[in-house]
Design a protein around this ligand. Sequence first.
Ligand code: 13P
Ligand code: SF4
Length: 316
Amino acid sequence: MTTTTRITDTERIEEILRLKREMNAVILAHYYQYSEIQELADFVGDSLELARKAQSTDADVIVFCGVHFMAETAKILNPDKRVLLPDLSAGCSLADSAPADKFRAFREAHPDHTVISYINCTADVKALSDIICTSSNAERMIRSVPESTPIIFAPDRNLGAYLSRKTGRDMVLWQGACIVHETFSERKIEQQMLEHPDAELIAHPECEEPLLRRAQFIGSTSALLRYTKESPVQKFIVATEAGILYQMEKASPHKTFIPALPMAENCNCNECPYMKRNTLEKLHRCMADGEPQITMDAALLERARLPLERMLALSI
Ligand code: 13P
Ligand code: SF4
């Protein structure tokens, strides 16, 4: 019989910090992580900022508190570093919606198109793409392609359609979507806006078009956070994953943040079930074990790196 030692969260946090020093590790976290993980992280940011931090770090180990495609991106940009992900099954519905074999056939059916893929995709799909983008630089990536060149945008149909409207580019869209950002109820949000006439609706561009049309501000997670800090408005209805509210409330404690309501009753559907697979306990365990870590085929890594580097070179 084995005996397990129970430790408190405070002891666990101390252990994580000790292991971090011992391993010369950096802990990177996305805004959708549990607040206790965001608190512990050396850096919290959106996909682009996290990719940049991963690229520039001088730590020996990157502990990535986010989803698989984010940790995989960190590995692609740092093939010689160990990249740990507390739960390897932290996937992404959007990445899952573009299986590489189907995507290859799609690409082959449009041989003259430039492929811009949202970073929320697998390394195999990145390797089949010309340029990667995130929600904070997608418009810039699209505008970098000559007007005369047709574009495939994948895998998020909502972000793609939003960018088509914004740039006037008629792009061929892969029909993928995020389960969290398609969960919001336009009818319930309309009611929330009536109940809070002094609030602004702010939304992530992965949300569906009818909701985006009502939003007063649309942006990546970092852009949404920045907007709430800088705006004179005191109340916001926030249509994105609820984890970001932690940083919004921390940055503007005197302002009110209301999570936009999902369609289903009594559910936590505005929380990403993949992001939330990472817990303090799993973070501790992965640092103590040095596992699970991201491993990749070297040839795939090289092919996936090119479109990512193109994005980083074109970003400001
Ligand atoms: P950001 O790049 O805006 O952080 O988006 C990441 C994400 O997964 C949104 O669902
Ligand atoms: Fe993927 Fe959606 Fe979760 Fe973002 S919120 S990681 S797009 S499933």
